[in-house]
Design a binder for this molecule. Structure first.
Ligand code: MG
Length: 397
């Protein structure tokens, strides 16, 4: 298929840019339902396009990253977060000779299963689902692309390739892994995913650490002075202040944040290049059978990154203004779940049907899953509206 001696045949990878350890489209383990190959795109480009056209992807624009959607128009949402993750991963993929469209597809899909209201929503839904198999946004992202998207005549979901699905499933309990067949195997055998999946994981961390700093300062919840106590931020801040002593305001913040991203990404490329050179995997199978991931930060940057993460957890994610909102959000999710689980006819017809179908197969567990699917698919504002419709007698239904 590929390997056209430097030319790039449409529908196949550009072999001139791929390293030996990159995943090739032609070597994909394929789709759950066989389909003819795309004519002008690679398999992973097709996956990426399917994700971008999906309903779940469009909804990400109205889902919280840290700040609830209506708190302001300038903050990241799940959609802009996913785009930033993909952008970082694409740069690194090019630098390391990895399959860029594959990395991009994984990144764009990685948060499709997120509930409304960010982690607060996920925690609340997980709590509601405690007796029914739990709720985990990673597994839900997979469920969205495998089952819940309704777009094709011949199969449920988006019928993505194994490699994109593998990348979406970042982590997974042994119990869940056993139910997932081929996709769960690596968690049971402690194998690694392909490098593009490893990359998506790290790009996610780089993106949110940095944009949460930016959004947190913008919201006035954390200050530049306090952040200077974190090595990652402090180092770049000193540099920028040395270069531009007069600079202040948004431009100062942006100069620091963009340098933090650049610094971290360069470190990721350098440390990974060294790890790849020393492990010298000759193909993807050798990458998979390594005992630990081959993409990584250097020890120093990983430490700095963790320090910043801890800082954000304490000062931003647990800031009383954020907590007040997340408490409200959790109440909304819990009350929606209890009401709809108690009476599935409170949901729109298609979700009632799903509840009856899943209940017939799986009892209360199935009914709970259908309610969780409905709630997880909601945007922040839809969840608030639906809650009002259910609990506020003055609200039109
Ligand atoms: Mg993410």
């Amino acid at each position: 298929m590929s390997g056209q001696g430097g030319t790039h045949a449409s529908g196949s990878d550009d072999d001139t840019v791929l390293a030996v350890y990159a995943q090739r489209s032609a070597a994909s383990r394929g789709r759950r339902f066989a389909e003819p190959p795309p004519r002008h795109r690679t398999e992973y480009q097709r996956d990426r396009d399917r994700i971008v056209h999906s309903t779940a992807f469009r909804r990400l624009v109205y889902k919280t990253q840290v700040f609830v959607n209506h708190e302001g128009d300038l903050y990241r949402t799940r959609l802009t977060h996913s785009l930033e993750v993909a952008q970082i991963a694409r740069s690194v993929a090019r630098a390391l000779g990895l399959n860029e469209p594959l990395a991009e597809a994984i990144c764009l899909a990685h948060d499709l299963g997120h509930t409304p209201f960010g982690h607060a929503g996920q925690d609340a839904l997980n709590e509601c689902m405690r007796d029914f198999g739990g709720f985990e946004h990673n597994l839900q992202s997979l469920r969205v692309v495998d089952e819940l998207e309704e777009r094709y005549a011949e199969f449920p979901g988006l019928n993505l390739t194994f490699e994109v699905r593998e990348g979406i499933l970042k982590h997974c309990s042994a119990a869940n892994a056993r139910k997932l067949g081929e996709l769960g195997e690596r968690f049971l055998q402690r194998l690694q995913p392909g490098l593009e999946a490893q990359l998506a994981n790290l790009a996610d961390e780089v993106a949110y650490n940095n944009h949460d700093v930016d959004d947190g300062i913008r919201a006035g919840l954390i200050t530049i002075e306090d952040l200077c106590g974190c090595r990652m931020f402090g180092r770049q801040f000193e540099l920028v202040r040395g270069l531009y002593p007069q600079l202040g305001g948004r431009r100062l913040v942006h100069e620091v944040v963009r340098r933090m991203i650049d610094y971290t990404v360069n470190d990721l490329v350098d440390a990974s290049t060294a790890a790849l050179a020393s492990a010298a995997p000759k193909n993807v199978d050798e990458v998979r059978s390594c005992s630990s991931p081959l993409l990584m930060f250097s020890d120093g940057v990983r430490e700095d990154h963790l320090e910043l993460k801890r800082y954000l957890r304490e000062h931003l994610y647990r800031h009383f203004r954020v907590l007040r909102m997340t408490t409200k959000a959790q109440r909304v999710v819990r009350e929606l779940f209890d009401a709809m689980f108690g009476e599935v006819n409170l949901m729109p017809a298609e979700h009632q049907d799903a509840a009856r179908r899943l209940e017939a197969a799986d009892g209360a567990m199935g009914r709970a899953r259908a309610v969780a699917d409905y709630i997880a698919g909601m945007t922040d504002r839809f969840a608030i509206l639906e809650h009002r419709r259910l609990f506020n007698p003055a609200e039109r239904t």
